[in-house]
Design a protein around this ligand. Structure first.
Ligand code: FAD
Length: 378
């Protein structure tokens, strides 16, 4: 394989980190991204990057100094309440080394670190033909096609590369969320900011949650969450296009909760998005196929409850890049990456599932707080 003929599908955190490390080593991968530009859609909320995963990868990519200038250490604060407003945990300490960064800020930092002419925007992969000479023909929605020696799926939850190695498809996790954004909180909603604290807020009870996070752009992003059947999000009679109606109906769902907690919904003056949370089976793996592999959500999609999606994507990217660069026997190197990744991704997916279950049971605030205290005390 030449240093040129590697395709990375997806310019998310995983794909960009992989490209950055490979480019630093003289490789010339091409990134094909389905979105027409970096600003085409809302780039999501805040992500925390741990020292053992996300930050480790950024160090390998030579981006730690930049990250330190952009991340928010105060965002590590956490508050846990029950539906009556009793506080179980209120931590403002910055002793945990998992600072927050908005996904858009992380994306921009990574985009600036790769050669801009290596990214092809508006190239949404539709399917891949395997050719007889072990090459791959990538077919894009814009009717372009490209032939490559190696294809790496960094194309997230609904990966079009994954079917080359696995039949697994993401399943509904049982959790649906409606995202409510409250803008300009420092100026307009100091009371909400105080209630939330500077980081993450968990209001838990009745198999429901008001889960909120301060973002770097002066917004509080609240995920109004329900453990509920898959069709509810679209059969509940809520017209998400109508903000006031959506907020009123959501507040009705929490009518017996402390009214202070309703502020997370009633103050919402930004975008509203309904989201279903999907996951791949825990321990998802595949038999190695020459010239193909997956990183990030395409390999091990899980719910956001341990904050691991971006961390794992970055870690995978750096582990794979270092193996490709070793290049003693590329196939062997990729197998080693896959074996190592399957193990750490499985462990993380198990922990994530445990946390999700704790957050949506009858004594959620108490149980989640106990877990948090145990974690903190080692
Ligand atoms: C827009 C967006 C917002 C998000 N917001 C949050 C958030 O607020 N909080 C949170 O915890 N997690 C969020 N996530 C998920 C989180 O970012 C991922 O779990 C994590 O970053 C894993 O990264 P990844 O690079 O594997 O995949 P992703 O971050 O999902 O990136 C995949 C990339 O591949 C592109 N892509 C997808 N299909 C194709 C295709 N067929 N052809 C070409 N390109 C394709 C996508 O447009 C995207 O740029 C978000 C993801 C996205 C895409």
């Amino acid at each position: 394989m030449t240093k040129e003929n590697i395709a990375i599908i997806g310019a998310g955190p995983g794909g960009l980190t992989l490209a950055r490390i490979l480019q630093q080593a003289g490789y010339k991968p091409t990134i094909f991204e389905g979105d027409p530009s970096a600003t085409y859609r809302n780039q999501g909320g805040t992500l925390d990057l741990s020292t053992e995963m996300g930050q480790k990868a950024l160090k390998r990519a030579g981006l730690m100094d930049k990250f330190k200038q952009l991340c928010r250490y105060e965002g590590q604060a956490i508050k846990i309440m029950d539906k009556s407003g009793n506080i179980y945990v209120e931590e403002t300490a910055t002793e945990f080394d998992r600072p927050e960064i908005d996904r858009a800020t992380l994306q921009n930092m990574l985009l600036e670190s790769v050669n801009s002419d290596s990214i092809y925007w508006g190239y949404k992969l539709e399917y891949i033909n395997e050719l007889e000479n072990n090459q791959f023909e990538l077919k894009f929605k814009n009717e372009e096609s490209v032939i490559v020696d190696m294809v790496i799926g960094a194309d997230g939850a609904f990966s079009k590369v994954r079917p080359l190695v696995s039949d697994a498809v993401p399943e509904y996790s049982g959790l649906s969320m409606i995202e409510v954004n409250t803008l300009n909180v420092k100026e307009k909603h100091k009371d909400l900011l105080e209630l939330n604290g500077p980081g993450s807020f968990f209001g838990l009870g009745d198999q429901k949650g008001i889960l909120a996070q301060v973002n770097g752009n002066n917004t509080i992003r609240t995920y109004v969450s329900f453990k509920i059947e898959k069709d509810w999000l679209h059969n509940n009679g809520i017209n998400y296009e109508n903000r006031e109606e959506t907020k009123n109906k959501l507040i009705d769902e929490f009518s017996d909760w402390n009214p202070e907690l309703h502020k997370f919904i009633s103050y919402g003056d930004g975008e509203i998005f309904p989201r279903r949370i999907y996951e791949l089976p825990i321990g998802h793996k595949w038999n190695h196929k020459k010239g193909v592999t997956l990183i990030g959500d395409s390999a091990h999609l899980m719910s956001p409850f341990s904050g691991s999606g971006a961390n794992l994507a970055l870690l995978d990217a750096s582990e794979l890049a270092l193996k490709i660069i070793e290049n003693n026997n590329l196939d062997e190197e990729v197998i080693q990456y896959e074996e190592k990744m399957f193990k750490y991704a499985k462990d993380t997916a198990e922990q994530t599932k445990q946390i999700l279950d704790l957050c949506f049971n009858d004594k959620a605030a108490k149980n989640f707080s106990n877990m948090f205290s145990n974690f903190k005390n080692g």
